[in-house]
Structure formats: C-alpha cells, structure tokens
Design a protein around this ligand. Structure first.
Ligand code: FES
Length: 109
C-alpha cells in the first residue's frame, strides 16, 4: 500500500480571515516538504502561494516557513508520512498563503 503525507497548510491574505486547507500527497522516501508543496501546486491547487528558487540546495533561503511550529527551509525539511502543518513565517508581513515579505527594510527602494 502506498504511503501518503497530509499537509495542513495555512491559507490567506492580509486583512482576510485565514484558514487551513489539508492535502494528501503521495509519499516517497527522501521527499522534502517543498517537494510536497510543489506537488500540491501541480496536481491539486495551482493557487497555493509558495516561494522557492534553488529547490534543494539550501542556497537561496527563500523557502522558509513554519513546519510543525519550527522555522525551517522547506526544501531541507523532510516529509514524513504523517500530518505536517505548514504556516508562513510569524514575524514577517504576510503576502499570501506561505509567502511573506522577507526583504530587509534597508534593502527596500
Ligand atoms: S529553495 Fe532555496 S533554500 Fe530552499
């Protein structure tokens, strides 16, 4: 029997009531949380807002989110065949879903 993971993902925009959506994702050993988020966007909900660039090199640092309450790089956090809660960074302004404004104030024009 094929294993699956369930992702419980915070959805919402600034000024709107947020919610959690749950998605079941086929699980394979070695998958990251980002792999699962990308699978959801491709197969279940293309409106899910996520951000990433390098996908698994831990180089771009743009994929950070709360994974089960801990700040993690989603491309490094390993998926497990269980329920995983993914939320936006708590101390950054929310843009939408899992995307927050991570540009330092002194770098904004
Ligand atoms: S996607 Fe680049 S560090 Fe995670």
């Amino acid at each position: 029997m094929r294993k699956s993971a369930r992702l419980r993902i915070s959805r919402g925009s600034p000024g709107a009531a947020g919610r959690y959506d749950e998605f079941d994702v086929p699980y394979e050993d070695g998958m990251s949380v980002l792999d699962a988020l990308r699978w959801i966007r491709t197969n279940l909900d293309s409106t899910l807002a996520i951000r990433y660039s390098c996908t698994n090199a831990n180089a771009c640092k743009t994929c950070m989110a709360l994974v089960n309450g801990e700040v993690e790089y989603t491309c490094v956090a390993k998926l497990t065949p269980a329920v995983i809660t993914v939320e936006p960074l708590p101390k950054r302004p929310l843009i939408r879903d899992l995307v927050t404004d991570i540009v330092p104030e002194d770098e904004k024009v």
